[in-house]
Design a binder for this molecule. Structure first.
Ligand code: GSH
Length: 213
């Protein structure tokens, strides 16, 4: 049995969506990051980085880092075709963009949300948040330029990268600008959130529309 440690509207939503696509049942352990439950000794033993998500695998081992979790779920359920095969060029591209989003967009979103963590000078927090907004937008611009005709990154082929992008975009907020500046990305996101197995995850986590309700 898988056990997911997570809280609402976090990056763990991508893991929930992948588990839903794979029809995997799991136990959910809520780690309320609003009340600092990630900092308890008990959870720190599970994830020393004191973040969610963490996934306990059926063998009892713990996997952290969203992109590693998504790739492992895809690899261990090849029949669902959520990732191209090892060694293929498509696989390398999926890895490339997962790293790109994890390092730049996920991290950039965190700087937008919690700028005070990224400075020793609290009076500069707004500047950090503003720079982070520009950083995330720049990376969305780059991805938009790399998108083909869609609807997914690999065309008609759905993958864990699409799940990851769908999750990240929910934190962005300015969807009028996105419709204008990143229409291919937004189409990808709207296609993912309409998938029959992901729609219930989306609505439970984010509400009926785009973004965190
Ligand atoms: N690199 C980690 C980042 C995880 C992360 O930032 N999780 C956030 C929620 S989206 C968290 O647990 N925040 C609580 C905290 O940092 O105190 C991953 O990709 O899984």
């Amino acid at each position: 049995m898988y056990k997911l440690y997570d809280w609402n509207q976090t990056g763990g939503t991508a893991v929930r969506a992948a588990l839903a696509e794979l029809e995997i049942t799991y136990d959910l352990v809520e780690i309320d990051i609003r009340s600092d439950a990630q900092f308890t000794d008990e959870y720190t033993r599970i994830n020393p980085r004191q973040q969610v998500p963490s996934l306990e695998l059926p063998d009892g081992s713990i996997l952290t880092e969203n992109t590693a979790i998504l790739m492992h779920l895809a690899d261990t359920h090849p029949e669902a075709n959520l990732a191209p095969s090892c060694g293929s060029v498509e696989r390398a591209q999926i890895n490339r963009w997962l790293s790109f989003f994890a390092m730049n967009v996920y991290e950039g979103e965190y700087r937008r949300i919690k700028p005070e963590r990224y400075t020793t000078d609290p009076s500069n927090a707004q500047g950090i948040a503003d720079a982070a907004t520009a950083l995330v937008k720049r990376h969305y611009d780059i991805f938009e330029g790399a998108m083909g005709n869609g609807p997914y990154f690999l065309g008609d082929r759905f993958s864990i990268l699409d799940i990851y992008v769908w999750m990240l975009v929910q934190w962005w907020g300015d969807y009028d600008a996105m419709r204008r500046d990143h229409p291919k990305m937004l189409r990808l996101v709207e296609t993912v959130m309409d998938r029959p197995k992901i729609k219930p995850v989306h609505e439970a986590q984010f509400g009926p529309g785009l973004g965190c309700a």
